[in-house]
Design a protein around this ligand. Structure first.
Ligand code: NDP
Ligand code: MG
Length: 380
């Protein structure tokens, strides 16, 4: 199988390359293209090791540096949007792993679908913002869409336990993040160092903050709606601190099927690469006796208002999830640059949402414009 990894320098991208190594001799995967934004050191190291046809830095200012670094290799060095689109659409490519963070992942992922590539989808922001267009394109171009987000991979796997028409609801689990059980008062002075310490997962900075605010779970509710074609009211978020059950589905006979495993993104990445087969993984097994208990709780949507805001924007549909997503990207970046406090992330997203009038029917160009407008007109 030939793959392109969009976002190879990130948390998902680097783990995907580890999966490629793990599968050597079991299922050989050739990496045709890798892309990053600005981490040219790592792009260079990855290019030397995996010898892709193309390596892309999205940041055009880094192009000449990367080109000089790889001058002695046969790898073609590209940059910017065109480079990303090229990496997403290479002729010999079978599957594209979409693991760029944020809205920046949308256009190359759509290009990959239009070029008939199967998609392993980590970038949830694409489905949050362009869900209907994305799913229409998946159908139109007849590509396979394999979820990489651990909850959605779990739901996808659990759905094998019954027929689609027998599905009653989805139980989307959430670790609760580092601040589960805290009051708004206790969250006032949270620092970015505290928010970046996730109890169970090591991930990129943006999704780690989203996990602390529970915006991540809100984005995942919208992601599940599109991936599995379910109503918002049939998706229940359940806090499960141990992150062993990665999500569950309940069928009409009240049978619940769950997918479990230790928290490792390498599992869903590997499953997306090997589906419909299951192949050997060197990861550890769950020791249930050692764990001894699994716990569940309802999320507190008053404290973690981002979850409620995302559900609300998701239900409104149209351009509102794009407004929500862009506002969240702006706010998270501002928080990471010490410009706003932790609680202001949700407050800002709520304020920006109230400033936009919904438009139910939209094109890709419309949401690109909405995203741009939020970033330009509501700068922090
Ligand atoms: P990281 O921040 O670790 O990596 C992001 C990747 O995107 C890097 O390769 C980065 O390049 C690249 N990138 C950043 N900005 C741009 C841009 N403007 N244009 C092109 N490329 C860019 O993120 P994660 O790996 O944590 O997450 C990636 C996606 O996967 C997100 O959508 C996230 O929600 C989703 N996801 C992640 C999980 C995880 O465990 N990490 C779990 C489930 C979903 P560079 O390094 O050079 O800056
Ligand atoms: Mg997830």
């Amino acid at each position: 199988m030939n793959i392109s990894i969009l976002g190879s320098t990130g948390s998902i991208g680097t783990q995907a390359l580890e999966v490629v190594d793990d599968l050597k001799g079991i299922k050989d995967i050739t990496v045709l293209a890798i892309t990053g934004n600005s981490n040219v050191e790592l792009l260079e190291a990855q290019a030397r090791r995996y010898k892709p046809q193309i390596v892309v830095c999205a940041d055009e200012n880094k192009y000449s540096d990367l080109k000089v670094r790889l001058a002695d290799t046969n790898t073609l060095v590209l940059c910017g949007q065109e480079g990303l689109n090229r990496a997403a659409t290479l002729d010999e490519c079978d599957m594209v792993l979409s693991s760029i963070v944020g809205f920046a992942g949308l256009v190359p992922t759509m290009k990959a679908i239009e070029a008939g590539k199967d998609i392993a989808l980590a970038n949830k922001e694409t489905l949050v913002t362009a869900g209907s267009l994305f799913m229409d394109a998946v159908k139109k171009y007849g590509v396979r869409l394999l979820p990489v987000d651990s909850e959605h991979s779990a739901i996808f796997q659990s759905l094998h336990g019954g027929k689609r028409a027998e599905l009653r609801k989805i139980l989307l689990t959430a670790s609760g993040g580092p601040f589960f059980g805290k009051s708004r008062d206790e969250l006032k002075n949270i620092t970015k160092e505290q928010a970046l310490k996730h109890p169970n997962w090591t991930m990129g900075a943006k999704i780690t903050i989203d996990s602390a605010t529970l915006m991540n779970k809100g984005l995942e509710v919208i992601e599940a709606k599109w991936l599995f074609d379910v109503d918002f009211d049939d998706i229940e978020v359940l806090v499960h601190r141990e992150s062993i059950i990665h999500s569950m589905v309940e069928f009409c006979d009240r049978s619940v099927i769950a997918q479990m495993g230790l928290p490792s993104m390498k599992h869903p990445i590997q499953y997306a690469f090997t589906y419909p087969e299951r192949l050997f993984s060197p990861d550890e097994s769950v020791d249930f006796a050692e764990l001894s208990r699994l716990t569940f709780a309802k999320p507190d949507e008053d404290v973690f208002c981002c979850l409620a805001l995302a559900k609300e924007a998701g239900k409104m549909g149209g351009i509102m999830p794009t407004v929500l997503n862009a506002a969240n990207e702006v706010a998270v970046s501002a928080f990471l640059h010490d410009k706003i406090g932790f609680l202001e992330i949700g407050e800002y997203v709520g304020e920006v949402l109230r400033k936009y009038k919904n438009k139910l029917n939209f094109t890709l160009e419309d949401i690109i414009e909405v995203d741009r407008s939020v970033r330009m007109e509501h700068k922090i």
